[in-house]
Design a protein around this ligand. Structure first.
Ligand SMILES: Nc1nc2c(c(=O)[nH]1)N[C@H]1C(S)=C(S)[C@@H](COP(=O)(O)OP(=O)(O)OC[C@H]3O[C@@H](n4cnc5c(N)ncnc54)[C@H](O)[C@@H]3O)O[C@H]1N2
Ligand code: MOO
Length: 424
């Protein structure tokens, strides 16, 4: 379906039981499962310059085309010698060797070190034929034409073999490896200037709400600046996503429906915020019905982010998050990240978890599962003051690095109680 073809049909309009009637009220895990089942793993690849591969996922096996290092090399500044020549060397009775030349890192010598001879050598320089060890210059008199060696050095000591790091033909990095600065260095060491990676996951983001104003414009009465569009875009970029649309949409279901349909062909996932509850202006129900999206669930048994809608539009999953910024944030972490992990071949995009002690506790009862923002450090989690936890409050999230997962039915978390923590 193209955006222009969209007919405004109100067969699922207000009053229909389909979206606003019996609530699904699924668990978070069920909601995530529904969405993941409709989330496609990205198969398309692209070739990017080496410096752009960090944060991407490798789409090819990378094997070494040559031994690395490509030659035997010295790990010390000193002299390449024959170990047999210095086997008896001591401070009192140094071995005296003829210095036949010098080889520096990046240089090369075809000369062979014969019996009674030494080659001055620098760290990283190729070891010349004939030598089977390198002595530290501190164990010599630093001689230029003749050198006195004061200590023995066994065969193949202070000697780095060709291929010591990577042997030719070794599978060094497997398809599916998440590339960090470390792999960038490894790929550079293999001489790669370009790397085949999976294309980025594409996400379209729409915020709905007539109250929303663009930062930088004047704030008229009744309006608020739009938090969600911006933190979602920033977070998605951090997670390696390519954003295909980023737009505020008025509270008109027809307009939102058109945006959803046009986003479909370009995005792997669509995220909306606002308009998911039961108010007259909660347009997402009608917008999704207008474009005949298949509903997966409405309402998750958790706070914040309870009224989230999950649906599929022409094969593209649509996650409609609560307009309350902390609700949208929690859902982005808990529902969207697993989808990005699946689509983008990168399990590391799933949030981690641990247990931690909560010295302050939390005095309020949690009849349904509750996520609190907090700072988790050294096995302890600290949370903002109790009145700063409302789902409409974003400011107290600054500096937080986790969500505290409080199970449904908890009366209060006692000070010093142990809690499960989702690490962001
Ligand atoms: N009668 C009921 N009212 C509400 C219920 C309910 O069950 N019955 N649920 C409440 C809960 S819980 C939530 S969460 C919200 C969800 O509301 P919506 O997702 O429909 O979102 P809106 O109504 O559009 O907005 C909620 C709130 O967030 C502000 N908002 C919206 N978008 C943004 C944005 N991009 N940036 C910053 N702030 C935004 C909006 O102005 C509202 O204050 O419904 C409750 N009501
Ligand atoms: O579910 Mo809502 O986001 O708690 O306020």
């Amino acid at each position: 379906m193209r955006a222009g073809d969209l007919k405004v049909e109100r067969e699922f309009g207000e009053g229909s039981v389909d979206f606003r009637g019996a609530a699904d009220r699924v668990s978070l895990e069920e909601a995530a499962g529904f969405l993941l089942a409709h989330c496609q793993v990205i198969r398309e690849t692209e070739t990017v310059p080496l410096l752009d591969c960090t944060g991407r996922v490798l789409a090819e096996d990378v094997s070494a085309g040559f031994d690395n290092p490509p030659f035997d090399r010295s790990p010390v500044d000193g002299y390449a010698v024959r170990s047999a020549d210095i086997a008896q060397a001591s401070q009192e009775n140094p071995a005296v060797l003829q210095v036949i030349g010098e080889v520096d890192a990046g240089g090369w010598s075809d000369d062979e070190v014969g019996p009674g001879q030494a080659m001055r050598i620098m760290t990283g320089a190729p070891i010349p034929r004939g030598a089977d060890c390198c002595v530290y210059q501190e164990q010599t008199d630093y001689g230029e034409e003749r050198v006195q060696v004061y200590k023995p050095c066994g065969p193949w000591k202070n000697y780095c073999f060709k291929g010591e790091d990577i042997k030719a033909g070794t599978l060094v990095l497997k398809e599916g490896t998440a590339l960090t600065y470390v792999e960038t260095g490894i790929l550079a060491g293999l001489g790669r200037e370009k790397v085949k990676v999976y294309r980025r996951t594409r996400v379209a983001v729409f915020a709905s709400g007539d109250e929303l104003a663009e930062p930088g414009t004047e704030l008229a009465p009744g309006k608020i600046y739009d938090n969600n569009l911006y933190f979602l875009a920033a977070r998605l970029r951090e997670l390696g996503v390519e954003i295909t649309a980023l737009e505020r949409v008025p509270d008109q279901p027809e307009v939102m429906a058109k945006r959803l349909v046009s986003a479909c062909g370009q995005a792997d996932l669509i995220i909306t915020t606002g308009g998911v509850s039961v108010g007259k202006k909660d347009i997402m129900h009608e917008a999704l019905a207008l474009c005949k999206a298949q509903r997966l669930f409405w309402k998750i048994r958790m706070k914040p982010g309870m009224p989230t809608i999950g649906s599929v539009l022409e094969g593209t999953p649509v996650v409609s998050l609560s307009g309350n910024p902390f609700g949208a944030l929690a859902d982005c972490e808990l529902l969207v990240r697993p989808m990005l992990a699946k689509a983008g071949h990168n399990p590391a995009l799933n949030p981690g978890s641990c247990t931690a002690v909560m010295p302050q506790g939390f005095p309020k009862a949690s009849p349904s599962r509750r996520f609190l923002r907090g700072v988790c450090e050294n096995g302890q989690v600290r949370i903002p003051e109790v009145k700063k936890h409302a789902s409409g409050i974003l400011s107290s999230m600054s500096g937080c690095n986790c969500l505290v997962d409080i199970p449904a039915g908890t009366e209060a978390v006692e000070p010093g109680g142990e809690v499960r923590v989702i690490l962001l």
